[in-house]
Design a binder for this molecule. Structure first.
Ligand code: IPE
Ligand code: IPE
Ligand code: MG
Length: 243
């Protein structure tokens, strides 16, 4: 459907709690419903030939939530990976997790590793889940990894390209970031990688987000002009004409 290429979409899946509140249900019901939206959007991205989808599922700040909600979310991730891994695999989806994962318990970690292992040779949609992820963590983690890999670092000037290799998803910046549920902030999501991403905010709550909403976001992207600090084609042409 797209005229301008869109290869990588990232999503801040927000509004599960509000969705449940509106229905006088406990917040965790919204999280359960949110998994259904993930399913829908993963399939929709495959159909639309988007090559990569990165979903913000749990931030490094989300530990501040009540213990019950945090534990519910971790168990939900654990169970959902198990439940959907075969479907995702048969749809040729390649799963990858980013974030500070070592903190998780053995069961969740095993499921994470298993999902990555099973799908590692798949060639379809690359699906990244950001879990216990923070953009500041990513940058400092990259910095530490770079120091570990370079003993003679103090004499060398590090370039942006050198440094970027150590970040999650390296130089694979999203083309389009979608944030649901009205808030217009990054909430510490891929601070480096979103430097030139087109941003799309919608009031739609994540459990209500569907193919139609995705197409509206893609349409928004289609209407943007990516300039990266230079001039748009039209401007270059009109400058030439003015000579
Ligand atoms: C997003 O929904 C899910 C996570 C952050 C894990 P929220 O739980 O933040 O929903 P709201 O923002 O309270 O409605
Ligand atoms: C961002 O949503 C994190 C995820 C969607 C995983 P939050 O609901 O945690 O963000 P804030 O607190 O509104 O910034
Ligand atoms: Mg929220």
């Amino acid at each position: 459907m797209s005229s301008k290429s869109i290869s990588h979409v990232s999503i801040i899946m927000d509004g599960n709690g509000r969705w449940a509140n509106q229905k006088n249900m406990p917040r965790v019901h919204g999280h359960r419903q949110g998994i259904k939206s993930i399913n829908k959007i993963v399939s929709a991205c495959s159909v639309r030939q988007i090559s990569q989808l990165t979903l913000f599922a749990f931030s490094s700040e989300n530990w501040k939530r009540p213990e019950y909600e945090v534990q519910f979310l971790l168990k939900l991730f654990e169970d959902s990976i198990n439940q959907y891994i075969n479907d995702l695999d048969s749809n040729n989806v390649k799963i990858h997790f980013i974030g500070d994962l070592d903190i998780f318990g053995k069961k969740l970690l095993d499921n994470i590793k298993n999902a990555e292992q099973i799908t590692k040779n798949n060639t379809g949609l690359k699906l990244n889940f950001a879990l216990n992820y923070g953009g500041k963590w990513d940058i400092i983690n990259a910095f530490n990894k770079m120091i570990d890999n370079n003993s003679s670092l103090q004499r060398k000037k590090i370039s942006i390209d050198d440094f970027e290799k150590y970040l999650s998803l390296s130089a694979d910046s999203p083309d389009l970031l979608i944030r649901t549920a009205g808030e217009q902030r990054l909430s510490n999501f891929m601070l480096w990688q979103h430097a030139y991403t087109e941003l799309y905010f919608t009031d739609c709550l994540w459990p209500d987000f569907d193919e139609k909403e995705l197409d509206m976001a893609i349409q928004h992207y289609q209407n943007t002009t990516r300039k990266y600090g230079s001039l748009s084609k039209e401007n270059v042409l009109s400058k030439k004409n003015a000579k």
